[in-house]
Ligand binder design. Structure first.
Ligand code: IVH
Length: 683
């Protein structure tokens, strides 16, 4: 027994170290290296050990806490009710055990459960006060989360004002749909930015952007699934969700009331395959005791409620054969190895190719042509080779070597210092030319409908387009004879190309595919310099003066403009009549209060405190509840009380309501006053 205990203690210590590391990678870095299922298994093993040997339990064990740590850089929010996690069930037996525990504790023969999809995203809490959305936060460690109000405000599905003036906390899951995730990664790939492993990570990364302008460009969505503190009129989870829906908050429609655990199991199984057809990812089903009174009676442990459980689906894995390994040449000449697979139906679609990423990963996985391999979808989307089954080898498998020459143009390929990929450096390489045409025409660049990969390839093959400027000189008569292009689509294509001439500069910039210059950088540069000529004339200093533009982008921009090929291309585009200017932006509210922290005290005459806070936040400022050295302004209303004294002690500038309104630009400044913050010193 003693030896057993010792082994268990060692194993528990090892599991804790590993779980802590994976927790950090998952919650803090957003870069997990193992699947959720593997993580859950480790956690379960540790829970089991601690159950057998209670003396091994420790306050700092990962089983004793709820999740990640709040990120530095965000204000923190203490949750009024802790945001707990859920216990997991991996099979039918474990569901029955859960049901047994619930029924015993409740003294009931059968219990009604409410089943919901377990959306694979990030838990958030939304505070509404008198109907206004005032604050949003992440789960953080379950007790304290990061304040992400601004990022949540960018989610268009979320009402900023509810149809009723109620005060409540709604909880839900922020996620990114499969399609949006794929588009996001495609763009990131085009811009040589690191890819997100799955939609969950993409959502986490977007939500934890310090700059809400970045998250505003990310396609975040949300489903709400509960209330922090259910209001006393509600009797069940079913009613709670109906109530959220009535408040026009987004609630997932796939939910059902099940009488007894057998019906719950049927519901879980019914989604096992069907879930792959959903436009977003789910990683299980959440099963909740429907009766809220019974929920309260069952209570929670320190980690999870006793009235709910998550049934987790095993990630689908299949075996198939590698028929060949080929390489793909990207727009910037990157050479990527790709496994050509015997077609296999996996997580909702037929998979025939799986990226092997780069030669290092290929070497690590030791995949040979002819190997039987295990495949799954990374984040349920991108097919990847998990491992080669070496025991299935027959000896006829063939090792694949990365080519020294580009498979498209035959030029030598190089691995540049600091890059994991080999690249073909020939700018006229056909594969690259075709990819550049496709990118130029893509929806978020010049948006030329009808110019996809097949047409681009055809135009190149027929020597009609060797670069993007050639597109503007195409005539209908040249296109009509092409076998793939019927008369009508030739006309449509010419029209679509002609229409794209008038696009704003930022689309053109993005379409040109300058290294590291993605959609966002294109927009920032275009908005700052307004014309291509001004941008072309800009040096490092001017470029890096644009917020978010660092030396890497600046250098890439200057390098692009310094090349003779660019000069020739831009000359051709100019002759073609392509627009090189950005329309001046409409005047917006602007982030005039960015970086400033306000505290309110006493009652205001013309605004409620909530409205005042929203006005500050809209302009990029922050609102805090207590005066500290970090406070920039105290806005003192009627009967300001102790905060005013504290502000005076600390030398914090004090504003009355009128001056505050002036600062917001809501009222013309009076004669002799300025709206510069310094003018408030000592007032
Ligand atoms: S209820 C106290 N319902 O799953 C129970 N959670 O570990 C609170 N999740 O990240 C959770 N869909 O955000 C609940 N329909 C759903 C859910 C759901 C996704 C997430 C939740 C948390 C994790 C629970």
């Amino acid at each position: 027994m003693e030896a057993k205990r010792e082994r268990a203690a060692e194993r528990a210590a090892q599991l804790r170290r590993e779980i802590d590391e994976h927790n950090y990678r998952y919650h803090v870095l957003d870069q997990p290296v193992i699947s959720d299922a593997d993580f859950d298994r480790m956690m379960q093993e540790l829970i089991d050990i601690e159950q057998c040997f209670p003396e091994l339990r420790a306050a700092d064990s990962p089983t004793a806490r709820v999740g990640g740590e709040p990120l530095p850089g965000f204000a923190t929010v203490a949750h009024r009710q802790p945001m707990l996690g859920l216990e997991n069930a991996f099979n039918e037996t474990e569901l029955h055990e859960f049901d047994g525990r619930v029924r015993r504790a409740a003294g009931l023969e059968a219990v009604a459960y409410f089943c919901e999809l377990k959306i694979d995203g990030l838990a958030v809490a939304l505070q509404y006060e008198e109907g206004l959305f005032t604050r949003g936060s992440t789960r953080g460690d379950g007790f304290t989360g990061e304040e992400i109000t601004h990022n949540l405000r960018t989610i268009k599905q979320l009402p900023l004002r509810l149809p009723e003036p109620v005060t409540l906390e709604a909880r839900g899951e922020v996620y990114i749909s499969r399609v949006d995730f794929e588009n996001m990664n495609r763009t990131r790939h085009e811009q040589s930015e690191p890819l997100f492993a799955n939609p969950r990570n993409a959502a986490a990364g977007s939500l934890r952007q310090l700059d809400p302008r970045v998250s505003a460009e990310r396609p975040l969505r949300i489903y709400l699934y509960g209330l922090g503190q259910p209001n006393p009129d509600l009797a069940s989870q079913a009613e709670a969700l109906a109530y959220l829906e009535q408040l026009r908050l987004p609630v997932n429609p796939h939910r059902t009331l099940c009488h007894g655990i057998a019906a719950v199991w049927d519901f879980c199984r019914s989604w096992q395959e069907e879930r792959h057809r959903l436009p977003y990812e789910i990683d299980g089903i959440v099963i909740k005791v429907n009766d809220l009174e019974l929920q309260r009676l069952l209570g929670s442990t320190s980690r999870s409620p006793r009235w709910a459980i998550a049934y987790k689906y095993p990630p689908e894995e299949k075996t198939t054969r590698v028929l060949d390994i080929r390489v793909n040449v990207g727009r910037t000449g990157t050479i990527t190895p790709v496994a050509i697979l015997e077609p296999v139906f996996l997580s909702g679609s037929t998979v025939q190719r799986a990226s092997l990423h780069n030669e290092e990963i290929l070497a690590e996985k030791e995949v040979l042509i002819g190997d039987t391999v295990v495949v799954r979808k990374a984040g349920e989307v991108i097919p990847e080779v998990v491992q080669a089954l070496k025991e299935k080898r027959t000896g006829s498998e063939i090792r694949f070597a990365m080519p020294d020459r580009c498979p498209s143009c035959g030029a030598a390929v190089y691995r540049l210092p600091g890059e994991a990929a080999r690249r073909c450096l020939n700018p006229s390489c056909p594969a690259q030319v075709v990819e550049r045409l496709v990118h130029f025409a893509s929806r978020r660049a010049m948006d030329i409908e009808g110019l996809g990969p097949a047409v681009a390839e055809l135009l190149w093959r027929e020597r009609l387009a060797a670069d993007v400027a050639d597109l503007y000189f195409l005539e209908r008569a040249q296109l009509e004879p092409l076998e793939r292009l019927a008369e009508k689509s030739a006309a449509n294509l010419v029209d679509a190309i002609a229409r794209s001439r008038g696009n704003p500069l930022h689309r053109l910039l993005f379409g040109l595919g300058i290294r590291f210059v993605g959609e966002r950088a294109s927009r920032l540069l275009a908005e700052r310099f307004l014309t291509l000529d001004a941008l072309q004339g800009a040096g490092t200093e001017e470029l890096t003066a644009v917020p978010e533009i660092g030396p890497k982008i600046a250098e890439a921009v200057m390098h692009f403009f310094s090349s003779p090929q660019t000069g020739e291309l831009l000359g051709k585009l100019r002759r073609a009549g392509v627009n090189f200017a950005e329309p001046a932006a409409a005047p917006a509210a602007g982030r005039t209060l960015a970086g400033l922290t306000f505290v309110f005290s006493g009652s205001l005459e013309r605004l409620t405190r909530v409205e005042a806070a929203l006005l500050v936040e809209e302009r990029g400022g922050q609102v805090a509840s207590a005066v500290s050295k970090k406070t920039d302004f105290l806005v003192a209303g009627e009967a300001p009380g102790g905060k005013l004294e504290r502000a005076r002690e600390l030398g914090v500038k004090v504003l009355d309501e009128n001056r505050f309104l002036e600062m917001l630009g809501r009222r013309e400044p009076g004669v002799g006053t300025t709206i510069l913050p310094d003018s408030y010193a000592g007032s």
